[in-house]
Design a protein around this ligand. Structure first.
Ligand code: ZN
Length: 139
């Protein structure tokens, strides 16, 4: 049993709130939801509201999409280290990532959720909510 469900996680993201889990044994944060603490493996977790802010650790821009994603290119996928420690993957809200390049590393972002059309290879999946990162500094 998860301390928070993925439904709850995505519903909150769409409201602009990032929720995660705090470990009652070691104090570490886990996000997105998992069955156990990322740090110590404990199941003694509580739901917590995260700051929703972090820094870009890496990113890549896709120009030629896999089948089914062609309407979404170009898009930039980034990995962000949250203020509380966990790393999450999402899309970076940016038009010209290729022109900016490495300067984006370490840039501060805030996260919210956006609903996308469902994926053709996952017909049973009813919805698709993706974490979106918004840069706090304008480029
Ligand atoms: Zn722990």
């Amino acid at each position: 049993m998860y301390a928070i469900t993925f439904k709850e996680f995505y519903d909150s993201l769409l409201e602009g709130k990032l929720i995660g889990m705090r470990c009652l044994d070691c104090g570490a944060y886990t996000c997105p939801p998992k069955a156990v603490c990322d740090e110590c493996g404990s199941k003694n977790l509580e739901k917590t509201l995260m700051s929703g802010r972090g820094r870009i650790t890496t990113f890549t821009t896709t120009y030629i999409a896999p089948m089914g994603y062609d309407k979404e290119v170009p898009y930039t996928v980034a990995m962000v280290e949250l203020e509380e420690g966990p790393w999450i993957v999402g899309r970076l809200e940016i038009e010209n990532a290729d022109e900016i390049g490495q300067e984006l590393l370490g840039e501060e972002v805030e996260v919210f959720g956006k609903e996308f059309p469902t994926e053709m290879f996952y017909p049973d999946k009813k919805r698709r909510v993706v974490p979106i990162f918004r840069l706090l500094r304008k480029f």
